[in-house]
Design a protein around this ligand. Structure first.
Ligand SMILES: [Zn+2]
Length: 454
């Protein structure tokens, strides 16, 4: 026998996000996700103090923010000092992405462009939309797109992607058939969303695979205080109550790429005879995602209930030349701060925290509403949260918290483990791996960069 089957974790260890899992089976090596940690380098980098692009990966390596592995990274990213890490033939056979959240994809631009990246059709659309509407460049990798039911061979490995319900479409878990047996990777998933049957299908397949190991997410494993978490349908019901009982404007903020939440607010607006006002960025993403009929999303160009908000820029007179080319596409659907001000009672408006300065122009009536449809701050001293409330108080806007999490709760994680019965459990994407230990003696300690033989 050659080299054994093994897992090494280079991210998602004792932290929520940043998944980067090396799976080795004999000579074959693949990465499951290649994400950026949310807290990445928070001890060294903050705000405008960021790793310098000019130094390639040098600033990351300085603080051990990326593994110093050979045959993984692109030549351009490796400065003189690290050029010994470059291999003309990469030592990684493939990378599989579970979904398009930054903590799962955020560092793929550093990978050698000879390494094929496998992802869902929807994930590829998200990557392209991000590249078109922001300065990010993920690099020219060869992409292979998959759907549930595909079986992807990488030498002797067979990887089965299976859809799961999460807070972004095109999310998958994987069953990887290795020479030691099946390894299950959950990616991120939930069981209370509008597509919970997809998660159920994944869990059933995982049970049937009789896995030797399961890599499971544990975002909510250590939840102590009762956070206000609803199902998506409850978010809709409570949101509808807020909108139907006011004649003022209702602002809402949610994760831009959570299309389930988008649909929830779209339907709330429509049911109340209001227009939904969205940003050009959301309009751009929707216009790309409508291609995927599974997602049942409205086309922002054709839908009568959608308007697109244009901020004042340079000339201040909303001329085409003021906007990026990709933004100009939706100018037929344009509304400005004046329109919003004059039609406050007829509008539900997506308003991201970073766009709050628009409130100065919109001048909402006192007693207007703001629905924060994202997770509550994790710490008591969250500065952005404090600033958000200062703005809302200044404009006398009523605050509401309404969110459905993208993750399984503690009971549901334990239930999945008990059903799948893997021989070994590797908890990642969690700040509470010790909570897993308390539930089963099959739980293995995950240490950054330490190889676990299967
Ligand atoms: Zn996620």
């Amino acid at each position: 026998m050659g080299k054994k089957t093994a897992l090494t974790f280079y991210g998602g260890v004792n932290e929520i996000g940043g998944n980067k899992i090396l799976l080795e089976d004999g000579e074959v090596r693949i990465f499951l996700d290649f994400g950026q940690s949310f807290s990445m380098g928070a001890d060294y980098f903050t705000g405008w103090l960021a790793p310098r692009a000019i130094n390639g990966l040098g600033d990351y390596f300085e603080f051990n923010l990326l593994p110093k592995m050979k045959g993984v990274y692109s030549k351009e990213q490796l400065t003189e000092r690290f050029k010994h890490l470059f291999c003309a033939r990469p030592e990684i056979n493939a990378v599989f992405l579970s979904h398009a959240h930054i903590d799962h994809i955020g560092q793929i631009m550093f990978l050698s462009e000879k390494i094929p990246i496998h992802c869902g059709y929807g994930t590829k659309i998200f990557l392209e939309s991000m590249e078109e509407t922001s300065p990010v460049d993920f690099g020219n990798h060869p992409y292979e797109r998959f759907r549930t039911g595909h079986e992807i061979g990488v030498a002797q490995l067979v990887v089965e992607p299976i859809h799961v319900d999460h807070s972004i479409p095109a999310s998958y878990g994987f069953i990887i058939h290795t020479s030691e047996g099946a390894i299950v990777y959950t990616g991120d998933l939930r069981a209370h969303g509008p597509r919970k049957e997809m998660t159920e299908e994944f869990v059933e397949e995982a049970c049937g695979a009789d896995p030797v190991a399961m890599i499971t997410e544990g975002t909510r494993m250590g939840e102590t205080r009762r956070r206000r978490n609803y199902s998506e349908s409850k978010v809709k019901e409570l949101g509808d109550q807020i909108v139907s009982s006011t004649d003022k404007i209702v602002f809402a903020t949610h994760y831009g790429r959570d299309t389930d939440r988008f649909r929830t607010f779209y339907e709330i607006a429509k049911d109340n005879g209001r227009k939904l006002v969205i940003s050009p960025k959301t309009a751009h993403l929707l216009s790309r995602l409508v291609e995927d009929k599974h997602l049942r999303l409205p086309d922002p160009m054709k839908d009568e209930d959608i308007r697109v908000y244009y901020k004042r820029k340079r000339t201040g007179s909303f001329q085409e030349k003021d906007y990026y080319i990709w933004e100009r596409e939706f100018m037929d659907k344009m509304v400005t701060h004046e329109f919003v001000h004059e039609h406050q009672g007829e509008i539900v408006m997506d308003l991201d925290f970073y766009q709050f300065a628009e409130l100065v122009d919109i001048k909402p009536d006192p007693g207007s509403h703001f629905i924060h449809s994202m997770s509550e701050p994790f710490s008591e001293e969250d500065i952005e949260d404090e600033v958000m409330h200062n703005w809302l108080n200044h404009f006398k806007i009523v605050f509401h918290q309404l969110h459905a999490s993208g993750h399984l709760n503690r009971e549901q994680i334990i239930d999945v483990i008990n059903r799948v019965k893997p021989r070994k459990i590797f908890p990642i994407h969690t700040e509470s791996p010790q909570q897993f230990k308390a539930t089963s003696d099959r739980v293995h300690q995950v240490n950054y960069g330490r190889k676990c033989i299967i």
